[in-house]
Write a protein that binds this ligand. Structure first.
Ligand code: BG6
Length: 369
């Protein structure tokens, strides 16, 4: 059942190119058109949606954070992301023009179920992005966009996360096409790039031994920090969550721009910090800003573990270790940049002799509020 791997988590990390390919299958056409047959919410409703609210918990919520960057850019619709248990209890502003997107691997997380019910009571349409067929969230939503990751057995999510992000991209590109916008060429190009992602993810997985060796050497670290900017920010949060869940190490993710507003005080000699570097080909000079963050923390003694694109030589002078990812458009980069962080957490937990498939105190689906 583990396909020759030592743990389900190892297998599921290796399943990721397929999980993304299967989630795209039949939906992302080679002709540049999107086909979401299961989209049972009327096109007229989707055209008039004036706000999208993503609700989810844990890793699924970080998929929602990635979705915000992508959907707002492609569709020019405001997207909020909220933890399901907070949404439900704060009297959120929701109307018939709100599209609520509930993201859940299991479809059985009680916090998310309650938020779905609350949203529907307020008249919102609910689209579920769910991995488990026939689950409660799938049944109670107005429409379901299934992630086709296959069963995920390890408690901490990996392949379902990549499939959730992929489904969010499909939703964003679909809405952009449906609503018609000025970036039609960009949408077609991004769809083509999305179809190329499974092969790129495979290349990152193939490089796992480099990451594992670094993880083994760090098994006694008490704390690890993660920095990212733009879509790299939710990737940093997910990298920290994986390390907490699997290796029971204190870990925190920060927005790189926030560093100087507080977290830089944590940096002392030898502090390991992962930095997710945006593409040097991206807009807005973000790459240069993150490079300067790496310089700042390195000057204060940080041990820098840098995730950067192939060919990005600017990181080399400031990196103790560089993990390469293939060149990818900025919005799609989380599908590759999170993979070394998953491998790192799993390998470090294994080096500590822990049960990576069933970490202490956690359950695969939390069916109580
Ligand atoms: C937690 C799991 O209990 O629930 C996480 O341990 C998961 O891995 C979270 O991300 C949300 O679960 P789901 O099934 O709603 O995606």
């Amino acid at each position: 059942v583990k396909g020759g791997f030592a743990t389900f988590m190892d297998k599921e990390i290796h399943d990721q190119p397929q999980a993304v390919a299967d989630t795209l299958l039949g939906r992302a056409g080679t002709d540049g058109r999107l086909q979401l047959d299961e989209m049972r919410i009327k096109e007229s409703v989707l055209r008039t949606v004036d706000k999208i609210v993503v609700i989810a918990c844990g890793t699924a919520a970080y998929a929602g954070h990635v979705a915000k960057y992508a959907i707002e850019h492609w569709c020019r619709v405001p997207v909020e992301v909220e933890l399901a248990h907070e949404f439900r209890y704060r009297d959120p502003v929701v109307s018939e023009k709100t599209l609520v997107v509930a993201v859940s691997q299991s479809g059985e997380t009680m916090d998310t179920i309650m938020a779905v019910r609350h949203a529907r009571e307020q008249g919102a349409k609910v689209l579920a992005i769910v991995n488990t067929h026939g689950s409660t969230i799938a049944r109670e939503s107005d429409a379901v966009l299934y992630t086709h990751a296959g069963p995920e057995i390890a408690v901490a999510s990996t392949k379902a996360f990549l499939a959730q992000i992929t489904a969010c991209y499909l939703l964003g590109l679909y809405l952009a096409q449906l609503r018609g916008n000025k970036f039609a060429d960009e949408i077609t190009e991004d769809l083509a790039q999305l179809r190329a992602m499974p092969e790129k993810i495979q290349r990152v997985v193939d490089n796992e031994e480099q990451v594992r060796a670094v993880a083994r050497a760090m098994k006694d670290e008490p704390t690890v920090l993660f920095l990212g900017r733009h879509v790299g920010f939710p990737v940093a949060l997910e990298g920290a969550l994986k390390l907490k869940e699997l290796a029971y190490i204190h870990a925190e993710g920060f927005a790189a721009g926030e560093l100087k507003h507080g977290p830089i005080a944590l940096i002392e000699q030898g502090q390991p910090v992962f930095v997710i570097v945006p593409s040097p080909r991206g807009r807005d000079a973000l790459h240069a800003k993150v490079i300067s963050n790496i310089q700042e923390i390195r000057a204060r003694g940080a041990h820098t573990l840098v995730i950067a694109e192939e060919g990005d030589e600017a990181v080399v002078p400031f990196a103790d270790e560089v993990f390469r990812i293939p060149q990818t458009p900025t919005l799609l980069a989380p599908l590759v940049s999170v993979v070394p962080l998953q491998i790192f957490a799993a390998a470090l937990a294994t080096a500590k002799g822990l049960d990576v498939d069933q970490p202490r105190n956690l359950a695969k689906s939390v069916t109580v509020e």
